[in-house]
Design a protein around this ligand. Structure first.
Ligand SMILES: [Ca+2]
Ligand SMILES: [Ca+2]
Ligand SMILES: [Ca+2]
Length: 150
């Protein structure tokens, strides 16, 4: 009487054991390159869709950023050939839009400069109290009013 029920239980246990074995084998086989099981991601060293590059490392200022973009001026990361990179589009702050530190002679009026080259900061001879003439900018980034009419 008890024999069939015992046999059925035993079959169920064997089935469970087999399932567990199969599950274990499947998990172990995952690392063996089961045909794209791992989702493409930035940092896997493989160029995937949406990535400009992927060097597989965690160095942000080399030839490929950690977000898999090629280095450019304006990405906020100082890379080769850049003196600075503040990631903004403000030209007259601490870093120009070409990733150069502010300097007299770069043609952009920054802090401490009255003018720079052709950039006269919107000033003119009349705005400086003269009747006319042509305002110029000297090599030290200060106004030259020699050509202004008193
Ligand atoms: Ca940059
Ligand atoms: Ca800036
Ligand atoms: Ca300047």
């Amino acid at each position: 009487m008890s024999s069939p029920s015992s046999s059925r239980w035993s079959t169920g246990a064997v089935t469970l054991a087999l399932l567990a074995l199969l599950a274990g084998a499947t998990l172990q086989g995952c690392g063996g390159g089961g045909g794209g099981a791992a989702a493409p991601r930035c940092g896997d060293g493989h160029l995937d869709a949406g990535e400009e590059c992927d060097d597989g490392n965690l160095v942000n200022d080399d030839g490929c950023t950690n977000t898999c973009k090629l280095p450019v001026c304006g990405d906020g990361i100082v890379q080769a050939g850049e003196q600075c990179d503040d990631g903004n589009a403000v030209n007259n702050d601490g870093c120009t839009n070409t990733c150069r530190l502010p300097a007299c002679g770069d043609g952009i009026v920054q802090a401490g400069e009255q003018c720079d080259g052709a950039d006269l900061a919107g000033q003119s001879c009349p705005s400086l109290g003269f009747t006319g003439g042509t305002l110029a900018c000297g090599p030290a980034c200060t106004f030259v009013t020699a050509a202004c009419t008193p």
